[in-house]
Design a protein around this ligand. Structure first.
Ligand code: BTN
Length: 279
């Protein structure tokens, strides 16, 4: 029964901390373009910085970079991304969408869904997407997405999607442990990172195709039950001078967070930093 639903192997303890087996990923990957050109580095500053260099040099859509560890991994809002070797996934993927930039808003929600679903294909875990681009399991952050849009709107525009997932970490640094966790800590199971990487690339490719055809419409039914903030009280720092407080009610077709404020108005937040608050 489990075998039928979850095609990833559960990891033997002795296999934790093994380096990534890139040949296994290449042999098992069933995609048209995502990851077909796959680079692996034992150590990099940031996979997204390296991929940005390759993109400027003309790399094809779908080019992907994996690193075993990053020395300057970047998260949102200028935060560092903790990237210890052997435990997590640090992956960047290049997209060259032909859509105008206005139609690209919401794409990180589509990618968040791909990542959440991919993890759920490896082991029984209902990963949630916390707007705008965090992956949550049991109320804790186990991963995040960093989407960077370069040469916006022009013919050479490209997007770099950086994905960081805490997979087999048994420990989380003290300064992060209030909010962050790992798949292993939340489920008690380690997984082979190679299997998850294959699932990530396959899911990203199929959802990207759907997003390019119809935005979030086709993905909405699957995304809604995974939308972590629905019915939660939030404070959204939209800018230094603007903070919206209220109850999150969902997301719109452009991927904006909808918040019902104290005046009974629904406010659209297109970007911002969200904190959960007491009612
Ligand atoms: C976040 O702040 O939640 C987003 C974290 C994104 C981290 C990933 S790891 C791979 C890629 N390279 C980076 O330097 N950052 C992203």
């Amino acid at each position: 029964m489990l075998k039928a639903r979850f095609s990833c192997k559960i990891m033997e303890k002795a296999d934790m901390l093994q380096k990534l087996n890139i040949d296994y990923i290449r042999e098992n990957l069933r995609t048209h373009s995502l990851g077909q050109s796959l680079y692996y580095f034992e150590k990099l500053g940031s996979t997204s910085d390296k991929l940005s260099e390759l993109a400027k040099g003309g790399a094809a859509e779908g080019t992907a970079i994996l690193a075993e560890t990053q020395t300057s991994g970047r998260g949102r809002s200028g935060n560092a991304w903790y990237s210890p070797p052997g435990l997590g996934i640090y992956l960047s993927v290049l997209f060259r969408p032909e859509l105008p930039s206005i139609k690209l808003s919401g794409i990180t929600l589509a990618w968040g869904l791909s990542c959440a679903r991919a993890i759920g294909q490896c082991l029984p875990a209902q990963v949630m997407v916390k707007w705008p681009n965090d992956l949550y399991l049991n109320g804790r952050k186990i991963g995040g997405l960093l989407a960077e849009h370069l040469a916006e709107g022009g013919p050479g525009q490209f997007l770099i999607l950086g994905i960081g997932i805490n997979v087999n970490n048994e420990l989380i640094p003290l300064e992060l442990c209030d909010t962050a966790s790992s798949i292993y800590l939340e489920t008690g199971r380690g997984i082979y990172r190679e299997d998850l990487i294959v699932k990530l690339l396959e899911n990203l490719e199929s959802d990207y195709r759907k997003f390019c055809a119809s935005g979030l419409d086709e993905l909405r039914a699957e995304l809604e039950p995974r939308f972590y903030l629905t019915k939660r009280w939030v404070s959204v720092e939209v800018s230094k001078d603007e903070v919206i407080r209220g109850v999150a009610t969902g997301f719109d077709r452009q991927g904006a967070l909808l918040v019902l404020d104290g005046q009974g108005q629904t406010v659209r937040c297109q970007s911002g930093t969200v904190t959960e608050i007491e009612p």
